[in-house]
Design a protein around this ligand. Structure first.
Ligand SMILES: CO[C@H](O)c1c[n+]2c([nH]1)[C@H](O)[C@@H](O)[C@H](O)[C@H]2CO
Length: 446
């Protein structure tokens, strides 16, 4: 076991998202989200799984916080269901919905756990989608107004805010490939939704500067992209893939411009935007969240939308249950790349984990050694980035609980705690025990 030092005060926690764990999506006056509609649409999710119950966290949150404390968690990254707080997406506040997050934050703090709040983790209020959703330029104001409601209620108890979770997945999944809510497949809509997400991010940060007193950032998914060969076609496709996933959102925030490759990726579907949009998008942020799972290996393929390249893990690559290559070095490389490209602001690994074929519970244990190995190698990768001088401040394992893996339903499990969805019984897996040791030793047990 290699002993690794993490900085004093390094923040160890876990991450979840509202629609994936809460259940009770329409309770206490909540407004339906696009995921309520999408998951109830036949054929959209594996086995027709929905978030109607999920982990029943809306009702069991106090026990789940107690479980976090027993595991020694220092932080918890959760997301707010926008429609629970604003059933129509804007205007009327649903105090009962807001009250759930108020109680959750207080319960976390009473248990010595720092709450990190993500304002948007994919569950747009259906009422706003009916008004164009991310395709309507007004959504920047709708989002900022919603964010202000949350700031006024929670800021101070919540000291780290994130505006968006993974705008790339929102648009690539929800507007281009149709795999995620709202299920559109439209090349022209995709960059428009992306731009409005960035404008909404900027408007929410601007609103925070007017009334918040702590820190706000954004969470992005980054996959280092490597060419499948030294064939110039593969190298060119890799550059486009890197621009499309990794630089499309952070370049506008930090440089006020999109990567040059975007015009090549979208062609006639690539719009031009006014200068004032970039001024709004470029609001200064306090921290960056990285969701890292794997790298990409790009093989040129003219039929592979929209970059003209498909992901092709190398022969012999070890894959997780979601087909993602185990590649911990990519986490080190990505953290170093973020610092070198965007500057030395605080970075948090806001998601890292794996869907593994977990063995059944036996004798009250789930012996998920694969996941223990995944965590160990990726924590080592984080430590390598810190040793390389990157200001990594924390790590949130994805995920605390087995939960609804979006369109994959409950068929893929990422949790370090097993959930029996028939009984709602929680059982910490061996990976939870391992992670508890890591936290107790500030990374030494990794
Ligand atoms: C393409 O991987 C992304 O970085 C990614 C992976 N994941 C995510 N984003 C989302 O933030 C979570 O809601 C998912 O449950 C989780 C596991 O799939």
């Amino acid at each position: 076991m290699t002993r690794r030092e993490f900085p004093k005060g390094f923040l160890w926690g876990s991450a979840t998202a509202a629609y994936q764990i809460e259940g009770s999506p329409l309770a206490d006056g909540a407004g339906a989200s696009i995921w309520q509609r999408f998951s109830h649409t036949p054929g959209k999710t594996v086995n027709g799984d929905t978030g109607d119950i999920a982990c029943d966290h809306y009702r069991r949150y106090a026990d789940d916080v107690k479980l976090m404390r027993e595991l020694g968690m220092q932080a918890y990254r959760f997301s707010v269901g926008w429609g629970r707080v604003l059933p129509d997406g804007n205007g009327r506040v649903n105090e009962k919905g807001l009250g759930f997050y108020d109680r959750l934050v207080d319960t976390l703090l009473e248990n010595g756990i720092e709450p990190l709040c993500t304002l948007y983790h994919w569950d747009l209020p259906e009422a706003l989608d009916n008004r164009g959703g991310w395709l309507n330029p007004d959504i920047a104001n709708w989002f900022a107004d919603y964010a202000s409601v949350m700031y006024r209620k929670l800021d101070g108890r919540v000291k780290k805010w994130a505006t968006l979770n993974e705008p790339w997945v929102v648009t690539d999944g929800g507007y281009l490939h149709g795999a995620l809510a709202p299920g559109h497949e439209n090349l022209f809509e995709t960059p428009i939704a992306s731009h409005h997400l960035l404008r909404a991010h900027g408007a929410a940060v601007k609103a925070y500067r007017a009334e918040g007193k702590n820190q706000i950032g954004i969470v992005v998914n980054i996959e280092p992209k490597h060419p499948a060969s030294d064939d110039p076609a593969d190298i060119a496709a890799t550059k486009r893939a890197d621009a499309y996933m990794n630089r499309q959102y952070l370049d506008p925030i930090f440089f006020g411009r999109y990567p040059g490759e975007m015009k090549e990726v979208f062609g006639e579907a690539w719009p031009e935007w006014p200068a004032e949009d970039y001024a709004l998008i470029q609001q200064k942020i306090d921290w960056l969240g990285l969701n890292y799972y794997t790298r990409g290996v790009t093989k040129a393929d003219p039929k592979a939308w929209p970059v003209g390249g498909r992901n092709e893990p190398p022969k012999g690559a070890v894959l997780t249950e979601t087909g993602w290559e185990l590649f911990p070095k990519g986490l080190t490389d990505t953290l170093v790349w973020m610092k070198e490209r965007y500057g030395d602001l605080p970075l948090y690994v806001t998601e890292n984990g794996a869907a593994m074929k977990d063995p059944p519970i036996a004798g009250g244990r789930v012996q998920d050694q694969h996941r223990v190995d995944y965590l160990r190698t990726h924590l080592s990768a984080v430590n390598d980035a810190i040793k390389a001088g990157v200001d990594v401040r924390g790590y949130m394992v994805w995920s605390l609980l087995d939960n609804l893996e979006w369109s994959l339903g409950y068929s893929k499990t990422f949790g370090i705690v097993h959930v029996d969805f028939k009984t709602q019984q929680r059982t910490p897996k061996d990976s939870a025990r391992f992670y508890a040791e890591v936290i107790a030793s500030n990374g030494g047990a990794a």
